[in-house]
Structure formats: structure tokens, C-alpha cells
Design a binder for this molecule. Structure first.
Ligand code: DGY
Length: 331
């Protein structure tokens, strides 16, 4: 706000400390004096769809989202109207990677079950037996860690996970992305030398079948919705865990609940889930002892959110003053 207030622009600020109404957003955005908008991600009022873009001031030059993801924005339609879209890549990679690794450890080591057990007063009934509350070891020799999507955040996750995995029998990293490049072997050699372990691109079926930890970090698009479905989950190892720190709809919730019920995988850790935020205590995945669900908190540390705010505002100021955005979404 300080950065915005230091400009000569008049500011229209959401009066509610929470989600504004869609009607308020559509009314304000229609004002012909409005030249830029800073928005959040993940609330219906901030959906930048045709309704929003058709209602918008003809002088709107930029919409800047306080998120790296832009699945809530019709970017081609905005661009067709000459409106640039700014977002916040890079500054949240470390925070999201921290959360992802936390979910990996929580899921493998059954933290959700452990906490529930205490809250249900069951600890006194828990025998101290050798394998009680055990899960798969992250330091297990020759682990395979698979990624669906291998961008900035995945790379930060690999850096962190290597601190936990075996040094004498290091893990192999497999990743699947939209398509193999002509120089794929060179790309993989560069990754392998950077991380000091074998890193290679694989098809998603191989990622499913070989990995002990599958981490979803691709962006949401029509091609990635339901990427993790019953077929994918059936290919996974019974001892493997699935982590989703990307977008809910990439993992089919019904199929995941069925796979957990059937013991097809060991557990799941989700920062995101289809239908969020309207997810309640009776949701099959929230209720499931083998599933950790947290409310889309991947980037939620103070330093990161301040850096996202700064980049969001800087993009908006650049857009309205006719400068190139610091980070513009290009599709
Ligand atoms: C992002 O930045 O995309 C986060 O997921 C918040 O929406």
C-alpha cells in the first residue's frame, strides 16, 4: 500500500478485510478512470473472465495478480483487449518448496494420524511396539522421486529433499512435463550435474510406476486436469506417497480417496484440493487418516507474501505507466 500511495494515482481499495463482492468489483472496474487492477487468486470475485473483462474500463491497461498461478485469468482474452497480465513468479518458490517438503515428511511419517490419535485421547492405548506409527524412510537407499511439472519450485524442492535422502545410495529424480525437447539429453545432463544425482525426463506412467514420492507441481490447464486419476494411482507403488502443491483439479479427489481406501498408495499430502475453499470436515480426503490436507498455504510466510505484494504492485505501476511489466504472463 505504501508503494501505491506514493504514486499520483487515485486508489480504490476493497473496503472489506476479506473478499469483496463480485458486484462491487464489477462496478468499480467499469469506471473509465480505472487503468490498473491488483487482484488476489482463489476467490470468485477476482475471476478475470469475459464478464470481468467486458465490464472493465476501456482504459484498463493491466491486471496484476498476487499469485504466480494465473488459471483464474483468461489471459488470451485480456491480451486481445490490450490488457497485460502481471504475476509473481520466483519470489514464492522457496516458500512453496518448504511447504512441499513439509507435506512429504508429514505424509511419509504419518503426522496426521499421530496428531488425530492424541486429540482423540488414544495415545494411552498406543502400544510401544517396534513398528507402531512407522512409515517409509526418506533416507531409504535408491529412492525415486517423481515430479509432474519441473519448474522453479520443483528445483527448489529437489535442493531441499537432497538434504534428507541417502548419500551412499542417492535418489533418482524423474520428471514429466508436457513434451520432450530436441536437446532433452543435454537438459537432463545439466540438471544431473547441478544436483549431483541422476535427473531425467520420463513419461508420466513411468513417473507413477517408479516413484516412491510423486510430487505434483505443474500448472493447471485443460491438459493437466485429472492428470492424477484412477489409472495413474493404480500404477503407483503401494508404499509411495502423492503430494499436490499445485492446483486441486490436477488430482481427481474421488479417485484419490478410493486409492487410499484400497491401500493402492501409502498416503497423500495436499496443499490444494478441488472445490477449495468450500472443503469441510466431512470431505472424504479431509476425513482420511492417510491424507494430510492444508488450506492452500504454500507461499504463506511473511517474507514471501511481502515480496509477492511488492512484485504485484510493481507490475501494476509498470503497466499503468506504460513500462514493461517486471513479470508478465505470456501464453
Ligand atoms: C500462487 O501464487 O499461485 C499460489 O498458489 C496462490 O494462489
Amino acid at each position: 500500500m505504501a508503494k501505491l500511495e506514493a504514486t499520483d494515482f487515485e486508489l480504490i481499495v476493497n473496503p472489506i478485510d476479506g473478499e469483496p463482492t463480485r458486484a462491487w468489483v464489477l462496478e468499480k472496474i467499469a469506471d473509465p478512470e480505472v487503468v490498473g487492477a491488483c487482484i488476489m487468486h482463489g476467490q470468485p470475485s477476482d475471476k478475470i473472465d469475459r464478464e470481468f473483462l467486458d465490464a472493465a474500463s476501456p482504459n484498463l491497461k493491466v491486471v496484476s495478480t498476487f499469485s504466480v498461478g494465473f488459471d483464474h485469468i483468461d489471459v488470451p482474452y485480456a491480451n486481445s483487449k490490450g490488457i497485460k497480465i502481471g504475476h509473481t513468479p520466483g519470489v514464492l518458490s522457496n516458500a512453496v518448496a518448504d511447504t512441499t517438503v513439509m507435506l512429504v515428511l508429514m505424509t511419509m511419517r504419518r503426522v496426521e494420524e499421530g496428531i488425530r490419535l492424541i486429540k482423540d485421547n488414544e495415545w494411552p492405548n498406543l502400544p510401544w511396539a517396534p513398528f507402531v506409527m512407522c512409515g517409509p524412510a526418506i533416507g531409504h537407499p535408491n529412492l525415486t522421486i517423481g515430479f509432474l511439472g519441473f519448474g522453479r519450485i520443483s528445483e527448489c524442492v529437489v535442493e531441499r529433499l537432497l538434504a534428507f535422502t541417502s548419500k551412499s545410495a542417492p535418489p533418482t529424480i524423474l520428471y514429466s512435463n508436457s513434451r520432450a525437447r530436441d536437446n532433452q539429453a543435454e537438459i537432463d545432463a545439466e540438471f544431473s550435474s547441478r544436483f549431483g544425482v541422476t535427473v531425467r525426463r520420463a513419461e508420466k506412467d513411468e513417473v507413477a510406476a517408479q516413484s516412491d514420492i510423486v510430487i505434483v507441481l505443474c500448472s493447471q490447464s485443460p491438459a493437466t486436469i485429472d492428470l492424477v486419476n484412477a489409472e495413474f494411482l493404480k500404477k503407483m507403488k503401494k508404499t509411495a506417497v502423492l503430494i499436490n502443491a499445485a492446483r486441486g483439479p490436477i488430482v481427481n479427489s474421488e479417485d484419490l480417496a478410493a486409492a487410499l481406501d484400497a491401500g493402492e498408495i501409502f498416503g497423500a499430502g495436499l496443499d490444494v484440493i478441488t472445490g477449495e475453499p468450500k472443503v469441510y470436515a466431512d470431505h472424504p480426503l479431509v476425513k482420511h487418516p492417510k491424507c494430510v490436507v492444508i488450506p492452500h498455504m504454500g507461499s504463506a510466510d511473511y517474507d514471501t507474501r511481502n515480496a509477492m505484494a511488492d512484485l504485484c504492485v510493481s507490475n501494476a505501476i509498470a503497466g499503468v505507466t506504460g513500462q514493461p511489466l517486471i513479470a508478465e504472463v505470456k501464453v
